[in-house]
Design a binder for this molecule. Structure first.
Ligand SMILES: [Zn+2]
Length: 149
């Protein structure tokens, strides 16, 4: 993959366009939703999978034994984490959008950090090419598409 990859280039442009436009129009409700995520996940503590029954149930329902990126058993990689595909810092209004959440292992989450999705794909292609296809398959294209309106 390189930046001439048409699909990825389009994703870059779309994400930038949507992100910038929407970010400058944040509403009170967006901030409420942003805070709601912390509440939903952390009400009684700071476990990465959350400590509320709702967040625990959600994780249970949306994961199995293996991390969708590295394919390792969660228990071998310090456990599950709830991650925002499109980072909260750049897409605060998607903090509580469940299309934007997925369950990945601690190690993969650490690697992903606050990277934007396209930076993340590029990073994985360069540093972990063997995992690139798994990341590409999880690309939130549908979510980005739905944001266009
Ligand atoms: Zn992993």
């Amino acid at each position: 993959m390189n930046l001439n990859d048409r699909e990825l280039k389009e994703l870059f442009e779309l994400a930038d366009k949507i992100g910038k436009k929407r970010y400058h129009k944040l509403t009170e409700q967006d901030f409420e939703n942003y805070k709601k995520f912390d509440y939903w996940r952390y009400i009684n503590g700071d476990g990465e999978c959350g400590t509320t029954q709702e967040s625990k149930d959600w994780v249970e329902k949306h994961s199995n034994w293996y991390c969708p990126i590295c394919g390792k058993n969660y228990s071998a990689t310090n456990g599950k984490t709830i991650d925002h595909k499109l980072p909260r810092a750049q897409y605060p209004w998607l903090a509580m959008n469940f299309m934007n959440l997925w369950v990945i292992c601690q190690a993969c989450n650490k690697d992903k950090g606050e990277k934007h999705w396209y930076e993340y794909e590029h990073y994985m292609f360069v540093h972990h090419p063997e995992l690139y296809l798994a990341v590409k398959a999880a690309r939130p294209s549908q979510l980005l598409e739905s944001l266009k309106d």
